[in-house]
Design a binder for this molecule. Structure first.
Ligand code: ADP
Ligand code: MG
Length: 220
């Protein structure tokens, strides 16, 4: 089965722990070779394209656990994000956009990352990815371990990023939140896509509800 993201879409990829969601995102980002199948971006097979070139093509990933450098400042992280030639050329405009999206990152630009909360660090990670000027932003569990108020801030920001023309591929264990935000979604189980469709349809699907929207999930 094929997973696709069209320009302008928010697509959610949901599934339980160990389903293969992170592996799939890392494969798209070029951090892992695909075990089978192929990954195409605008007609090009990404198998022979290096990680840096994949970023240059317009794909950016916010990895699980954020992967920041504790002793570096907010601004240094944003600078790191604009490392490709295409991103460097539009760095001031990207920085203005990131600061407008998360004013916090401007206020705290000189603070080291270890002084920030988990949710604040997630904003840094998203900001860093946006500095590469992506057309597809992939996020791996951005709400994991983050205070509910900041989860809302981050989900609202994703909707805003999308409205500005960036496609979003969102991996989330918070299935209710992901399906509420996304236009379409895929369910991944044991490395295979077992369901796909418009978010609203999946939200009312009996199997999806039973597997992912049990009493614990719907309480959130
Ligand atoms: N398509 C696949 N086929 C076989 N094994 C897979 C596949 N995708 C992931 N795995 C393995 O399953 C485990 C969990 O994968 P991971 O991507 O971390 O899951 P998730 O992010 O959904 O929790 C890892 O050991 C990974 O190597
Ligand atoms: Mg994962």
């Amino acid at each position: 089965m094929t997973l696709s993201v069209a320009a302008g879409e928010i697509v959610a990829l949901v599934g339980g722990n160990g389903a293969g969601k992170s592996t799939l995102l890392k494969s798209i980002a070029g951090l892992l070779p695909p075990r089978a199948g192929a990954i195409h971006w605008e007609g090009e097979d990404l198998a022979r394209v290096g990680v840096h070139q994949i970023v240059e093509r317009g794909l950016a990933m916010v990895p699980e656990g954020r992967r920041l450098f504790a002793g570096m400042t907010v601004q240094e992280h944003l600078d790191l994000g604009a490392f490709t030639p295409r991103a460097r050329a539009v760095r001031p405009a990207s920085l203005a956009r990131v600061h407008a999206l998360f004013p916090f990152l401007h206020e705290r630009r000189r603070h080291v990352v270890r002084s920030l909360s988990g949710g604040q660090q997630q904003m840094v990670a998203i900001g860093r990815a946006l500095m590469s000027n992506p057309r597809l932003l992939m996020l791996d569990e951005p709400s994991l371990g983050i205070a509910p108020r900041l989860v809302r801030t981050i989900l609202t920001a994703l909707a805003e990023i999308n409205r500005a023309g960036v496609a979003v591929l969102l991996v989330e264990q918070n299935v209710q939140a992901a399906l509420t935000l996304a236009h379409r979604a895929y369910v991944l189980e044991s490395g295979r896509i077992t369901a796909e469709g418009p978010s609203a349809a999946l939200l009312s699907d009996a199997h999806v509800r039973r597997a992912y929207l049990g009493p614990l999930a719907t309480r959130a």
